[in-house]
Design a protein around this ligand. Sequence first.
Ligand SMILES: Cc1ncc(COP(=O)(O)O)c(C=O)c1O
Length: 423
Amino acid sequence: MEKLASLSIDELLRLKEEYKKEYEDFKALGLKLDMSRGKPSNEQLNLTNPMLDIMGSDVDFVGEANMDYRNYGILNGIPEARRFLGEILDMDEKNIIAGGNSSLTMMFDTVSQGMTMGFGEGPWMLNEENIFLCPVPGYDRHFKITEYFGIRMIPIEMTPDGPDMDEVERYVNNDKRVKGIWCVPMYSNPQGLTYSDETVRRFAALKPAAKDFRIFWDDAYCAHHFRTKKDTLLSLYDECVKMGSEDMVFMFMSTSKISFPGAGIAAMAASENNIKMLNSRMNIQSISPDKLNQLRHVRFFKDLAGVEAHMEKMATFIKPRFKIVMEKLKTLDGMDIIFYSEPRGGYFISVDTLEGCAKRVCQLCKDAGLVLTSAGSTYPYGIDPKDRNIRIAPTYPTCDELSKAMELFCVCVKLASVEKLLK
Ligand SMILES: Cc1ncc(COP(=O)(O)O)c(C=O)c1O
C-alpha cells in the first residue's frame, strides 16, 4: 500500500467509503473486549495455581528467621523473600524491603513520605513548587501519583536508548525544584524499550541541584522476556555505588505479573540510609507485611532460576499474542500512518498514529466494542499534546479475540487517518 498522504482527494474519498464499510461490518459483529489494562490471561494465571496448595495446614511455618511466620513481626519482610527478590533485582538482601501486594502502593507511600517528611531536606510540601520528570510515553499510574500530590510534571521524550538524557541532566542538575523522575528501565510501559548502558551510567552520574532528588526506578518488567534474545539492563545501583550516588535511587518491582496481580509480593530496593529513613514511616504504618504470602512465593519459585523457568512458560502464552499484534500492524506498513514499537519483552506495544488521530481511533474502537487504554493516558495529566500515542495491551484476550481486535484497530487507524488527511 502506498503512502496515504500522497493520494489525491478523490482517492482518499473512495478509501474513506471503503474503510467506513469495513468498520460498519466490524460494528455488526457486536465485539465486547476490554484491552484497557495489561492483565495476564487466565492461562498465565493458571501457571501459578500450584502455589496456592503449597501452604497446607501441616506445613512448617517457622522460617529462616526462626520464628512463626503466621504471627506479627519482621517489618522489612522475611529473609528468604528479601534474598529471593534481591536475586531478581540483582541487589543484596540487606538493601531490600519485601512488602505487601503492590509496588504501586510502595511508590505512592514513598512520594507521600517525600511530601510530608522529605528526604533529609524538609518536607517537599513546604516548597512553593516541586517537579517530577516524566519520560513519555509512560505509565499512567505513575503520573496519577504525582498529579495527586500536586507535583508538577514535565514530560521528557523517550529515545531508543531511554529518556532524553540531555534534557534530564539539564533539569536535574540545574533546577532545585526537580525532586524526582519516573523510570521503567526495562521493557518500558508502553514502548517495551530497555535503557542503554550509557543511559544508566548517565543516571548514576547525575549531580542533582536538589539534594533530596530521587530516581524512581520501577523495574516492573525485569523478568518479562519473551524472546530468546533477551534485553539486558545495567545495574543502576552498582553504577551509583561507583559514583557515590546510591542514596539517589529508589527501586521498585513486584511479582504481580510473575505470580498473581494484586496477590504477589512487592519490593523496594534502596541504600542502607534510605532503608533506615523508609523504616521510620513503615514502623508507624504497619506491624508486619504478609509473611505467609512471601513464604509461599519463595517455596514455590525457590530462586531466580525458578522465576526464569516460570517466565519461559509464561512466554509461550505472551509471545504468540505479540506476534499477532505485529502481523496486523504490519499490514499498515507503507501507508505511513503509524509508527510502532517491537518489544522483546514486557506487556505492551506503543503505537503512534498521525497527529490528532489517537483519540479518534480509541473512540472508533470503543463504539465498535473494543475498549483500549484511553488516548492521552500515557502522558502527564492525560494530555498527549500531539494526540498520537495509543498503548496496546495484548496479553488478556484469547488469540482469536486479539486477531479480531487488531483487525478492527487497523481499520480504525485507516479510517481516522483518511479523515485527518481529508481535513
Ligand atoms: C510499570 C508498572 N509498574 C507497576 C505496576 C503495578 O504494579 P503492582 O501490581 O506491583 O502495584 C504496573 C502494572 O501494570 C506497571 O506497568
